[in-house]
Design a binder for this molecule. Structure first.
Ligand code: SUG
Length: 417
Protein backbone atom coordinates (compact mmCIF):
# COMPACT_ATOMS: atom_id res chain seq x y z
CA UNK A 1 0.00 0.00 0.00
CA UNK A 2 1.08 3.56 -0.63
CA UNK A 3 2.21 5.97 2.04
CA UNK A 4 -0.73 7.75 3.63
CA UNK A 5 -1.17 10.14 6.50
CA UNK A 6 -2.21 8.28 9.64
CA UNK A 7 -3.51 10.33 12.55
CA UNK A 8 -2.59 8.72 15.87
CA UNK A 9 -4.81 10.11 18.61
CA UNK A 10 -3.88 9.96 22.26
CA UNK A 11 -6.66 8.17 24.12
CA UNK A 12 -7.68 10.51 26.92
CA UNK A 13 -6.55 8.89 30.14
CA UNK A 14 -8.60 8.11 33.25
CA UNK A 15 -6.71 10.74 35.30
CA UNK A 16 -7.83 13.66 33.08
CA UNK A 17 -8.23 16.68 35.35
CA UNK A 18 -7.91 20.46 35.46
CA UNK A 19 -4.96 21.39 37.64
CA UNK A 20 -3.92 24.65 35.98
CA UNK A 21 -0.43 23.36 35.31
CA UNK A 22 0.48 25.15 32.08
CA UNK A 23 1.53 28.78 32.47
CA UNK A 24 0.83 30.53 29.18
CA UNK A 25 -1.99 28.16 28.24
CA UNK A 26 -5.01 30.31 29.04
CA UNK A 27 -7.58 27.51 29.01
CA UNK A 28 -5.49 25.51 31.49
CA UNK A 29 -5.16 28.52 33.83
CA UNK A 30 -8.80 29.59 33.51
CA UNK A 31 -10.15 26.13 34.30
CA UNK A 32 -7.80 25.35 37.18
CA UNK A 33 -9.75 23.63 39.94
CA UNK A 34 -12.82 22.86 37.84
CA UNK A 35 -14.36 19.38 37.90
CA UNK A 36 -13.25 17.25 34.95
CA UNK A 37 -15.17 14.40 33.33
CA UNK A 38 -12.61 11.76 32.24
CA UNK A 39 -15.18 9.30 30.87
CA UNK A 40 -16.94 11.95 28.79
CA UNK A 41 -13.54 13.29 27.69
CA UNK A 42 -12.30 9.94 26.43
CA UNK A 43 -15.59 9.21 24.68
CA UNK A 44 -15.37 12.58 22.92
CA UNK A 45 -11.91 11.66 21.68
CA UNK A 46 -13.12 8.26 20.48
CA UNK A 47 -16.01 9.89 18.61
CA UNK A 48 -13.56 12.19 16.84
CA UNK A 49 -11.54 9.15 15.71
CA UNK A 50 -14.71 7.41 14.59
CA UNK A 51 -15.80 10.42 12.56
CA UNK A 52 -12.39 10.60 10.89
CA UNK A 53 -12.54 6.93 9.92
CA UNK A 54 -15.99 7.62 8.46
CA UNK A 55 -14.43 10.39 6.36
CA UNK A 56 -12.09 7.76 4.88
CA UNK A 57 -8.99 8.73 6.87
CA UNK A 58 -6.41 6.32 8.31
CA UNK A 59 -6.53 6.37 12.10
CA UNK A 60 -4.33 5.06 14.89
CA UNK A 61 -4.13 5.64 18.63
CA UNK A 62 -1.73 5.72 21.56
CA UNK A 63 -2.42 4.42 25.03
CA UNK A 64 -2.59 6.74 28.06
CA UNK A 65 0.53 6.62 30.23
CA UNK A 66 0.65 5.10 33.71
CA UNK A 67 -0.44 7.81 36.15
CA UNK A 68 0.44 8.85 38.74
CA UNK A 69 4.05 8.42 37.70
CA UNK A 70 5.49 6.79 40.84
CA UNK A 71 8.92 6.52 39.22
CA UNK A 72 9.07 10.30 38.77
CA UNK A 73 7.81 10.90 42.30
CA UNK A 74 10.41 8.59 43.82
CA UNK A 75 13.10 10.44 41.86
CA UNK A 76 11.86 13.50 43.73
CA UNK A 77 12.03 11.55 47.04
CA UNK A 78 8.27 11.70 47.58
CA UNK A 79 5.01 9.89 46.84
CA UNK A 80 1.34 10.72 46.22
CA UNK A 81 0.47 10.82 49.91
CA UNK A 82 3.19 13.23 50.99
CA UNK A 83 3.86 15.27 47.84
CA UNK A 84 2.86 18.92 47.75
CA UNK A 85 -0.30 19.51 45.70
CA UNK A 86 1.47 20.92 42.62
CA UNK A 87 3.86 17.94 42.46
CA UNK A 88 1.02 15.51 43.04
CA UNK A 89 -0.94 17.09 40.19
CA UNK A 90 2.09 17.01 37.90
CA UNK A 91 2.56 13.28 38.59
CA UNK A 92 -1.11 12.57 37.91
CA UNK A 93 -1.66 14.59 34.71
CA UNK A 94 -3.20 12.87 31.69
CA UNK A 95 -1.32 15.29 29.43
CA UNK A 96 0.05 12.58 27.12
CA UNK A 97 -3.41 12.69 25.47
CA UNK A 98 -2.05 15.59 23.39
CA UNK A 99 -0.22 13.36 20.98
CA UNK A 100 0.89 16.26 18.79
CA UNK A 101 3.47 16.81 21.54
CA UNK A 102 4.63 13.19 21.61
CA UNK A 103 7.19 13.45 18.84
CA UNK A 104 8.37 15.15 15.67
CA UNK A 105 7.91 13.02 12.58
CA UNK A 106 9.78 13.25 9.26
CA UNK A 107 8.21 10.92 6.72
CA UNK A 108 10.35 8.67 4.54
CA UNK A 109 10.16 10.76 1.34
CA UNK A 110 11.89 13.66 3.16
CA UNK A 111 14.83 11.79 4.62
CA UNK A 112 18.18 10.86 3.12
CA UNK A 113 17.95 7.22 4.27
CA UNK A 114 14.35 6.76 3.12
CA UNK A 115 13.07 5.90 6.60
CA UNK A 116 10.37 7.65 8.57
CA UNK A 117 12.10 9.26 11.56
CA UNK A 118 10.36 9.95 14.86
CA UNK A 119 11.94 11.85 17.77
CA UNK A 120 10.20 11.68 21.15
CA UNK A 121 9.79 15.17 22.60
CA UNK A 122 11.46 16.04 25.91
CA UNK A 123 8.67 18.48 26.92
CA UNK A 124 10.98 19.78 29.60
CA UNK A 125 9.51 23.26 30.01
CA UNK A 126 6.47 22.07 31.99
CA UNK A 127 7.05 19.82 35.02
CA UNK A 128 3.93 17.72 34.42
CA UNK A 129 4.95 17.05 30.81
CA UNK A 130 8.68 16.57 31.39
CA UNK A 131 8.18 12.96 32.53
CA UNK A 132 6.05 11.85 29.57
CA UNK A 133 8.93 10.99 27.29
CA UNK A 134 9.91 7.59 28.74
CA UNK A 135 6.40 6.18 28.34
CA UNK A 136 6.03 7.85 24.96
CA UNK A 137 9.35 6.54 23.70
CA UNK A 138 8.44 2.99 24.79
CA UNK A 139 5.21 3.28 22.88
CA UNK A 140 6.83 4.69 19.73
CA UNK A 141 9.42 1.90 19.83
CA UNK A 142 6.64 -0.66 19.92
CA UNK A 143 4.33 0.92 17.33
CA UNK A 144 7.15 1.71 14.89
CA UNK A 145 9.42 -1.25 15.60
CA UNK A 146 9.88 -2.12 11.93
CA UNK A 147 13.44 -0.88 11.41
CA UNK A 148 13.25 -1.21 7.65
CA UNK A 149 10.75 1.63 7.62
CA UNK A 150 11.18 3.59 10.86
CA UNK A 151 13.90 5.10 13.03
CA UNK A 152 12.78 6.12 16.52
CA UNK A 153 15.00 8.58 18.40
CA UNK A 154 15.30 9.43 22.09
CA UNK A 155 14.58 13.06 23.06
CA UNK A 156 16.99 15.94 22.56
CA UNK A 157 18.94 16.47 25.81
CA UNK A 158 18.35 19.34 28.23
CA UNK A 159 18.35 22.30 28.35
CA UNK A 160 16.78 22.63 24.90
CA UNK A 161 13.00 22.31 25.17
CA UNK A 162 11.19 20.38 22.46
CA UNK A 163 7.40 20.04 22.23
CA UNK A 164 7.21 17.79 19.19
CA UNK A 165 4.96 18.20 16.18
CA UNK A 166 3.01 21.06 17.75
CA UNK A 167 5.83 23.32 16.52
CA UNK A 168 6.40 21.62 13.22
CA UNK A 169 4.73 21.76 9.80
CA UNK A 170 5.28 19.91 6.58
CA UNK A 171 4.38 21.14 3.11
CA UNK A 172 4.36 18.77 0.14
CA UNK A 173 2.59 18.22 -3.17
CA UNK A 174 1.04 15.07 -1.72
CA UNK A 175 1.75 13.17 1.49
CA UNK A 176 3.80 10.50 -0.31
CA UNK A 177 6.02 13.07 -2.11
CA UNK A 178 9.16 14.74 -0.73
CA UNK A 179 8.25 17.89 1.14
CA UNK A 180 9.71 20.79 3.06
CA UNK A 181 9.74 20.75 6.84
CA UNK A 182 9.18 23.88 8.88
CA UNK A 183 10.42 23.95 12.47
CA UNK A 184 8.90 26.78 14.50
CA UNK A 185 10.72 27.87 17.63
CA UNK A 186 10.16 30.58 20.24
CA UNK A 187 12.64 33.06 21.65
CA UNK A 188 10.52 34.96 24.13
CA UNK A 189 6.83 35.09 24.91
CA UNK A 190 6.50 38.17 27.09
CA UNK A 191 5.18 36.88 30.44
CA UNK A 192 4.95 33.31 29.16
CA UNK A 193 7.62 30.71 28.38
CA UNK A 194 8.71 29.95 24.82
CA UNK A 195 8.60 26.17 24.90
CA UNK A 196 10.40 25.23 21.69
CA UNK A 197 14.12 25.96 21.55
CA UNK A 198 15.76 26.43 18.16
CA UNK A 199 18.66 24.17 19.16
CA UNK A 200 16.22 21.32 19.79
CA UNK A 201 14.67 21.85 16.35
CA UNK A 202 18.10 21.87 14.68
CA UNK A 203 19.13 18.69 16.51
CA UNK A 204 15.99 16.94 15.30
CA UNK A 205 16.53 18.06 11.71
CA UNK A 206 20.04 16.54 11.90
CA UNK A 207 18.83 13.31 13.54
CA UNK A 208 16.16 12.93 10.88
CA UNK A 209 18.72 13.31 8.10
CA UNK A 210 16.83 16.02 6.29
CA UNK A 211 18.35 17.78 3.31
CA UNK A 212 19.39 21.31 4.43
CA UNK A 213 17.68 22.81 1.38
CA UNK A 214 14.35 21.32 2.50
CA UNK A 215 14.22 22.72 6.02
CA UNK A 216 13.20 26.07 7.48
CA UNK A 217 13.63 27.31 11.03
CA UNK A 218 11.05 29.98 11.71
CA UNK A 219 10.52 32.09 14.81
CA UNK A 220 7.07 32.11 16.36
CA UNK A 221 5.84 35.61 17.09
CA UNK A 222 6.43 36.86 20.58
CA UNK A 223 3.01 38.53 20.48
CA UNK A 224 1.33 35.21 19.71
CA UNK A 225 3.01 33.44 22.64
CA UNK A 226 2.20 36.38 24.92
CA UNK A 227 -1.46 36.19 23.79
CA UNK A 228 -1.62 32.49 24.75
CA UNK A 229 -0.36 30.62 21.67
CA UNK A 230 1.95 28.41 23.70
CA UNK A 231 2.43 26.17 20.64
CA UNK A 232 2.56 27.19 17.00
CA UNK A 233 -0.32 24.82 16.22
CA UNK A 234 -2.60 27.23 18.05
CA UNK A 235 -2.05 29.81 15.28
CA UNK A 236 -1.14 27.84 12.13
CA UNK A 237 -1.69 24.47 10.47
CA UNK A 238 -0.40 22.95 7.22
CA UNK A 239 -1.51 20.15 4.99
CA UNK A 240 0.02 19.16 1.65
CA UNK A 241 0.60 22.40 -0.30
CA UNK A 242 -1.58 24.57 2.00
CA UNK A 243 -0.46 26.66 4.96
CA UNK A 244 -3.40 28.10 6.91
CA UNK A 245 -2.07 30.73 9.29
CA UNK A 246 -2.93 33.72 11.41
CA UNK A 247 -1.38 36.99 10.27
CA UNK A 248 0.53 37.23 13.57
CA UNK A 249 1.71 33.63 13.88
CA UNK A 250 5.34 34.31 12.92
CA UNK A 251 7.79 36.96 14.13
CA UNK A 252 8.87 37.71 10.56
CA UNK A 253 5.84 36.78 8.44
CA UNK A 254 6.92 38.23 5.07
CA UNK A 255 10.32 36.56 5.27
CA UNK A 256 8.66 33.29 6.29
CA UNK A 257 6.22 33.34 3.37
CA UNK A 258 9.03 34.25 0.94
CA UNK A 259 11.22 31.40 2.21
CA UNK A 260 8.37 28.93 1.87
CA UNK A 261 7.66 30.09 -1.69
CA UNK A 262 11.36 29.86 -2.53
CA UNK A 263 11.56 26.23 -1.38
CA UNK A 264 8.12 25.31 -2.63
CA UNK A 265 6.71 27.64 -5.30
CA UNK A 266 3.37 25.78 -5.45
CA UNK A 267 2.67 26.39 -1.75
CA UNK A 268 -0.62 28.15 -1.09
CA UNK A 269 -0.63 30.39 1.98
CA UNK A 270 -4.01 31.33 3.44
CA UNK A 271 -3.55 34.22 5.87
CA UNK A 272 -6.31 35.05 8.32
CA UNK A 273 -6.09 38.82 8.92
CA UNK A 274 -6.04 40.13 12.48
CA UNK A 275 -8.72 42.70 11.67
CA UNK A 276 -11.16 39.82 10.98
CA UNK A 277 -9.94 37.35 13.61
CA UNK A 278 -7.88 38.82 16.44
CA UNK A 279 -5.23 36.77 18.24
CA UNK A 280 -7.51 36.49 21.32
CA UNK A 281 -10.35 35.20 19.11
CA UNK A 282 -8.00 32.72 17.43
CA UNK A 283 -6.78 31.45 20.80
CA UNK A 284 -10.22 31.27 22.41
CA UNK A 285 -11.81 29.51 19.40
CA UNK A 286 -8.84 27.35 18.32
CA UNK A 287 -9.73 27.61 14.63
CA UNK A 288 -6.12 26.86 13.72
CA UNK A 289 -5.88 23.90 16.07
CA UNK A 290 -7.82 22.07 13.44
CA UNK A 291 -7.05 18.91 11.58
CA UNK A 292 -6.56 20.11 8.02
CA UNK A 293 -6.87 16.87 6.08
CA UNK A 294 -7.19 15.65 2.52
CA UNK A 295 -10.11 13.32 1.91
CA UNK A 296 -9.71 10.30 -0.39
CA UNK A 297 -11.47 12.27 -3.20
CA UNK A 298 -8.78 14.95 -2.94
CA UNK A 299 -10.78 17.75 -1.24
CA UNK A 300 -9.49 19.34 1.96
CA UNK A 301 -11.58 19.72 5.10
CA UNK A 302 -10.94 21.51 8.36
CA UNK A 303 -11.95 19.48 11.42
CA UNK A 304 -12.29 22.07 14.14
CA UNK A 305 -13.70 22.41 17.64
CA UNK A 306 -17.29 23.47 18.39
CA UNK A 307 -15.77 26.55 20.00
CA UNK A 308 -14.78 27.82 16.53
CA UNK A 309 -18.37 27.52 15.33
CA UNK A 310 -19.61 29.38 18.40
CA UNK A 311 -17.45 32.44 17.77
CA UNK A 312 -19.39 34.57 15.25
CA UNK A 313 -16.33 36.45 13.93
CA UNK A 314 -14.35 33.24 13.45
CA UNK A 315 -17.21 31.32 11.91
CA UNK A 316 -18.05 34.25 9.65
CA UNK A 317 -14.52 34.33 8.27
CA UNK A 318 -14.35 30.55 7.85
CA UNK A 319 -17.71 30.43 6.10
CA UNK A 320 -16.58 33.07 3.61
CA UNK A 321 -13.36 31.15 3.06
CA UNK A 322 -15.05 27.85 2.15
CA UNK A 323 -17.55 29.68 -0.08
CA UNK A 324 -14.63 31.10 -2.04
CA UNK A 325 -12.64 29.10 -4.53
CA UNK A 326 -9.87 28.02 -2.15
CA UNK A 327 -8.48 24.57 -1.42
CA UNK A 328 -10.37 24.11 1.89
CA UNK A 329 -13.82 22.94 0.87
CA UNK A 330 -15.59 22.00 4.08
CA UNK A 331 -15.76 22.70 7.82
CA UNK A 332 -16.42 19.82 10.21
CA UNK A 333 -16.98 20.89 13.84
CA UNK A 334 -16.30 18.26 16.53
CA UNK A 335 -16.95 18.11 20.26
CA UNK A 336 -13.69 17.90 22.19
CA UNK A 337 -14.77 20.29 24.95
CA UNK A 338 -13.15 18.34 27.79
CA UNK A 339 -9.76 18.53 26.09
CA UNK A 340 -10.32 22.12 24.96
CA UNK A 341 -10.80 23.19 28.58
CA UNK A 342 -7.14 22.28 29.10
CA UNK A 343 -6.03 23.97 25.87
CA UNK A 344 -6.07 20.92 23.61
CA UNK A 345 -8.08 21.06 20.37
CA UNK A 346 -8.54 18.47 17.61
CA UNK A 347 -5.00 18.94 16.28
CA UNK A 348 -3.39 18.63 19.72
CA UNK A 349 -4.95 15.23 20.18
CA UNK A 350 -3.25 13.68 17.19
CA UNK A 351 0.22 12.88 15.86
CA UNK A 352 0.50 12.68 12.09
CA UNK A 353 2.64 9.90 10.67
CA UNK A 354 2.95 9.41 6.93
CA UNK A 355 3.56 5.68 6.44
CA UNK A 356 2.16 2.52 4.97
CA UNK A 357 -0.27 1.38 7.70
CA UNK A 358 0.81 -2.23 7.07
CA UNK A 359 4.30 -1.39 8.40
CA UNK A 360 2.95 -0.15 11.75
CA UNK A 361 2.25 -2.53 14.65
CA UNK A 362 -1.41 -3.32 13.98
CA UNK A 363 -2.33 -3.04 17.64
CA UNK A 364 -2.09 0.74 17.26
CA UNK A 365 -4.27 0.96 14.15
CA UNK A 366 -7.93 1.82 14.71
CA UNK A 367 -11.06 0.51 13.07
CA UNK A 368 -14.71 0.77 14.05
CA UNK A 369 -14.73 -2.52 15.98
CA UNK A 370 -11.63 -1.66 17.97
CA UNK A 371 -13.04 1.76 18.82
CA UNK A 372 -16.20 0.01 20.08
CA UNK A 373 -14.03 -2.14 22.35
CA UNK A 374 -12.09 0.87 23.62
CA UNK A 375 -15.32 2.80 24.24
CA UNK A 376 -16.70 -0.13 26.24
CA UNK A 377 -13.62 -0.21 28.47
CA UNK A 378 -13.81 3.55 28.96
CA UNK A 379 -17.52 3.41 29.78
CA UNK A 380 -16.92 0.64 32.31
CA UNK A 381 -13.74 1.89 34.01
CA UNK A 382 -13.02 5.62 33.53
CA UNK A 383 -13.99 7.87 36.47
CA UNK A 384 -17.05 10.03 35.84
CA UNK A 385 -15.51 13.09 37.41
CA UNK A 386 -12.37 14.32 39.19
CA UNK A 387 -11.84 17.47 41.22
CA UNK A 388 -8.22 18.45 41.95
CA UNK A 389 -8.43 18.02 45.73
CA UNK A 390 -9.23 14.34 45.13
CA UNK A 391 -5.79 13.61 43.67
CA UNK A 392 -4.42 12.11 46.88
CA UNK A 393 -7.41 9.78 47.30
CA UNK A 394 -6.05 6.19 47.22
CA UNK A 395 -9.35 4.84 45.84
CA UNK A 396 -9.14 7.19 42.88
CA UNK A 397 -5.51 6.21 42.25
CA UNK A 398 -6.45 2.52 42.25
CA UNK A 399 -9.37 3.14 39.94
CA UNK A 400 -7.19 5.04 37.46
CA UNK A 401 -4.49 2.37 37.44
CA UNK A 402 -6.97 -0.46 36.98
CA UNK A 403 -8.82 1.46 34.25
CA UNK A 404 -5.65 1.79 32.19
CA UNK A 405 -4.78 -1.87 32.77
CA UNK A 406 -8.23 -2.88 31.50
CA UNK A 407 -7.57 -0.90 28.32
CA UNK A 408 -4.10 -2.42 27.83
CA UNK A 409 -5.63 -5.88 28.19
CA UNK A 410 -8.48 -5.16 25.79
CA UNK A 411 -6.07 -3.87 23.13
CA UNK A 412 -3.41 -6.56 23.65
CA UNK A 413 -0.92 -3.93 24.78
CA UNK A 414 -0.05 -5.22 28.24
CA UNK A 415 3.58 -4.94 27.12
CA UNK A 416 3.23 -1.25 27.95
CA UNK A 417 2.15 -1.88 31.56
O1 SUG B 1 0.94 21.38 27.19
N1 SUG B 1 -2.29 21.36 28.57
C1 SUG B 1 -1.42 21.06 27.45
C2 SUG B 1 -2.12 21.30 26.13
C3 SUG B 1 -1.32 20.82 24.97
C4 SUG B 1 -1.92 21.19 23.67
N2 SUG B 1 -1.15 20.65 22.59
C5 SUG B 1 -0.92 21.26 21.43
N3 SUG B 1 -1.11 22.54 21.28
N4 SUG B 1 -0.41 20.59 20.49
C6 SUG B 1 -0.14 21.90 27.52
O2 SUG B 1 -0.24 23.07 27.89
C7 SUG B 1 -2.91 21.41 30.91
C8 SUG B 1 -2.86 20.46 32.09
C9 SUG B 1 -3.51 21.03 33.32
O3 SUG B 1 -3.50 22.25 33.52
O4 SUG B 1 -4.06 20.23 34.12
C10 SUG B 1 -1.97 20.98 29.78
O5 SUG B 1 -0.97 20.36 30.03
Amino acid sequence: MALVEINFDGIIGPSHNYAGLSLGNLASSNNAGAASYPKAAALQGIEKMRANIDLGLAQGFFMPLDRPNHHWLSGLETDMQSAEPHIRAAAFSASSMWAANAATVSPAPDTVDGKCHLSAANLLTMAHRSHEWRGTLAQLQLAFANERHFAVHAPVPAPFGDEGAANFMRLCASHDAAGIEIFVYGKTGGPFPARQHVEASKAIARAHRLGPDKVLFVQQSEAAIAAGAFHNDVVAVANERVLFTHEHAFEHPEQTYADIKRLMPEAEIIIVPADRVSLPDAIQSYLFNAQLVTLPDGGMVLILPYEAQENARVWGWLTEMVEGNGPIRRLVPVNVRQSMANGGGPACLRLRVVADPATVDQRFIADATKLDTIAEVVAAHWPETIVPDQLGDPDLLDKVRLARMALLEATDLVALA
